[in-house]
Ligand binder design. Structure first.
Ligand code: ASP
Length: 285
């Protein structure tokens, strides 16, 4: 079973499921799956083609976690097409979990990840347009309408869970800003005894409730994936009683292959792929 956020999750799930059918681990499947979104320049919120920060630099955040609680993450990574694979390399090739900024780029280059310009013509045009109305960098965008991280959760033939999460973050963000997506326990969490969860939307609000970890713990205590996502949304709402426009969405998968999603408002879609089905679902809110 593979689930992932947003409609572009469909293409990513397909690749992940093909890998699972070939006998791959959930870890291999989620990495291969989200790489599809990272490489797609039409997706303006993940990888190549992602909208840049206020200074026009594309900075990427990603993390990955497996069934043994092994995990890796990168943040503020520039000029590198596949942050998820760099995150995996942090996990597998260092004693650490999280590398950031230029030193993370240096690490990637040492391992042979090539330098690549990620700012597409379209993303640059969007940034220039935004910049016209916001001549100083402090006038960062307060509207996270370009929210569309891919978070993917999978369970393999051995019954093991893994997850991956990758994003270009909040469009036109303050340079240096990092959201929830590369933070284990916020944008992604996996516990092989229980299940896995991921998040999309305004990352600051996901961090404030330790969103993905919260959902997995709720499932451990008997909540269904749907109920756990609903409770996480309730807590986001509690912290933001007056922000009707706030968007946060959660997606969860438990050890039995049951899944659920919930969001603060309408419009959240997620892709569900099993051996027999491949469909786009609409989350409640
Ligand atoms: N959660 C991501 C972030 O805050 C963006 C998103 O999914 O909308 O960076």
């Amino acid at each position: 079973m593979v689930v992932s956020t947003w409609d572009f999750g469909m293409a990513a799930n397909q690749v992940a499921m093909d890998r699972l059918k070939d006998g791959a681990s959930a870890m291999d499947a989620v990495e291969a799956g989200v790489r599809v979104s990272e490489a797609d320049p039409r997706i303006t919120s993940v990888g190549k083609g992602g909208f840049p920060d206020a200074e026009g630099d594309v900075t990427l955040d990603a993390c990955i976690m497996d069934h043994q609680a092994r995990c890796g993450a990168v943040a503020a990574l520039e000029n590198t097409l596949h942050p998820i694979s760099v995150a995996r390399a942090v996990m597998e090739r260092t004693p650490h979990i999280f590398l950031v900024g230029q030193k993370a780029v240096d690490f990637a280059r040492r391992l042979g990840f090539p330098k690549e310009d990620l700012l597409t013509h379209e993303a640059r045009a969007a940034w220039k347009e935004w910049r016209k109305g916001n001549p100083r960098w402090r006038d960062f965008s307060t509207d996270i309408s370009n929210h569309d991280t891919i978070g993917m959760l999978a369970i393999d033939a051995r019954g093991n869970l893994s997850g991956a999460c990758t994003t270009s973050g909040w469009a036109f963000k303050v340079p240096g800003r990092v959201g929830d997506s590369p933070i284990i326990g916020a944008g992604l969490f996996v516990d092989n005894e229980v299940g896995a969860a991921t998040a999309t939307g305004t990352g600051e609000e996901v961090i404030r409730i330790s969103g993905a970890f919260l959902i997995v713990e709720l499932m451990r205590n008997g909540y269904s994936p749907l109920q756990a996502c609903q409770e996480a949304v309730r807590r986001v709402r509690k912290n933001n009683p007056n922000r009707k426009d706030l968007f946060v969405g959660f997606l969860a998968l438990n050890k039995q292959g049951e899944f659920g999603a919930w969001a603060t408002k309408s419009g959240f879609e997620y892709a569900v792929t099993s051996l027999t089905e491949h469909r786009l679902e609409t989350s409640g809110y």
